[in-house]
Design a protein around this ligand. Sequence first.
Ligand SMILES: C[S@@+](CC[C@H](N)C(=O)[O-])C[C@H]1O[C@@H](n2cnc3c(N)ncnc32)[C@H](O)[C@@H]1O
Length: 232
Amino acid sequence: MSSRFEELDWQPTPLGDLTLRRRTEPAVGVEVYEVKLGDEFLMSSLFTVAEEDLATLGLAAAARQELDVLVGGLGLGYTAVTALRDPRVRSLTVIDALPAVLDWHRRRLLPVSAALMDDDRTELVVDDFFARMRREPPTGAPRYDAILVDIDHSPRHRLHPSHADLYTADGLRSLARHLKQDGVFALWSDDPPEPEFTAVLAEVWTHTAGHLVAFDNPLTGGVSTNSVYVAW
Ligand SMILES: C[S@@+](CC[C@H](N)C(=O)[O-])C[C@H]1O[C@@H](n2cnc3c(N)ncnc32)[C@H](O)[C@@H]1O
């Protein structure tokens, strides 16, 4: 490993070895935090525009003045902390399957950890998001105004085969049981919006949108894109 990398944490997990590292990116001269899971790059703090837009675009479609929000996939915390910037948010529950990721934030290892952890509205939960969405919410369990999800690379390119059912109409109907009646579902994707998946969303919700999110990529000198689906 190059001496420019500092490994902040390494832990074996059921999904592969999880590594958090920090380095200075020579192209821009800034400190970058990166997460690797197995051989795949899961996230870099160099690219957070679409992670933040996941919260902004999702909550823009939420109608109420007080919002209970669920985030699936904590990662570096940008989606969660962006949600907290919306003053209507009265509670923010973040589910992540990997205790190590929650632990990074509890140890204030990441740039947004303090903002996330020092906010009384935040609750971090270790759980399999997909398993929870498959289950009927227990009596008395909260229903959410918005569920914001960033776990897989895209509806087609998933971290684990067991995640596939979420991206079907039946899987999304199961998820919708965790929403209030006018609740919003939003999903981050590495791929451009796919008409096939928008059609699946339209089987469950009356309003759907697929936003292409463009941002400068200092590594290529060009523009890169992710996307955010919103359904309500
Ligand atoms: C790409 S990151 C999320 C990035 C986040 N949007 C941000 O702003 O930093 C994906 C996260 O999903 C988590 N994850 C993976 N499988 C999961 C599952 N089955 N349930 C919940 N979280 C999961 C990973 O541990 C990781 O923290």
